[in-house]
Design a protein around this ligand. Sequence first.
Ligand code: ADP
Ligand code: MG
Length: 259
Amino acid sequence: PIAAETAVAETLPDALQNRLQPIGIDIRDLSLSFGATQVLKGIDLKIEPGEFFAFLGPSGSGKSTLLRAIAGFGPTPKGTIALDGQDVVGLAPWKRNVGMVFQNYALWPHMSVARNVAYGLDERRVPKRESVARVNAALELVGMRQYADRYPSQLSGGQQQRVALARTIVVEPRVLLLDEPLSNLDANLRVQMRQDLLKLQRRLGITTIFVTHDQEEANTICDRIAVMADGVVQQIGKPDDVYDNPANSFVANFLGTAN
Ligand code: ADP
Ligand code: MG
């Protein structure tokens, strides 16, 4: 089990409360191709400010491509992605103020935990005193403050994941994007980390999109889910509503509610 000292903080530390604002995401008629292959096919999706939202679907359905398009990575899509009312299609990733956590964490192996987390603040030339306060706050939030001087190789997979979350949160993104963040963890830890992710999201209050192929994961922690298949959103709703009333046979089969 996770030791008590690595629990998510009960309240959001002061140093992180400056710019965190829940914003809405409005995606309209979004299509994206890799060369001749169309991967996203007219996605319409409205996510409310502060929602914990899931893209749920089988491998290859386009979840990561859609998430990356929101962050500004990959080919430029057709259609619009409005963040807080502003269309960001074509805008460079760093101008979007969107935070993304990758499946493999991508921590710098030669940097301590604290320096990994400070990296994005250094890039933004945040003054040292403020940077230290924010790094400490982010590490405290994810329950990793006592590991500030360790190196990634000295941490477990779950701890590395926490550091990756801290590193993304510390720059106070408008939106938090999580691409299968638990899939590299062993089964027990994955279940524990679900609850911590939910706590973290509620403390931060920022709009969060969680990508997963695991329906149980999506259903236990997300406010609403979009079920995707083959580059199309099949259904959007609260987990229970989608379960009780699958829109089509694909959704019913995928959720295992077909009879
Ligand atoms: P998911 O995250 O749901 O598993 P992806 O968004 O990764 O799905 O992929 C959707 C489709 O797009 C797949 O058919 C995949 O092969 C294709 N795809 C993803 N990235 C690329 C790429 N860089 N070049 C070509 N095709 C890609
Ligand atoms: Mg993916």
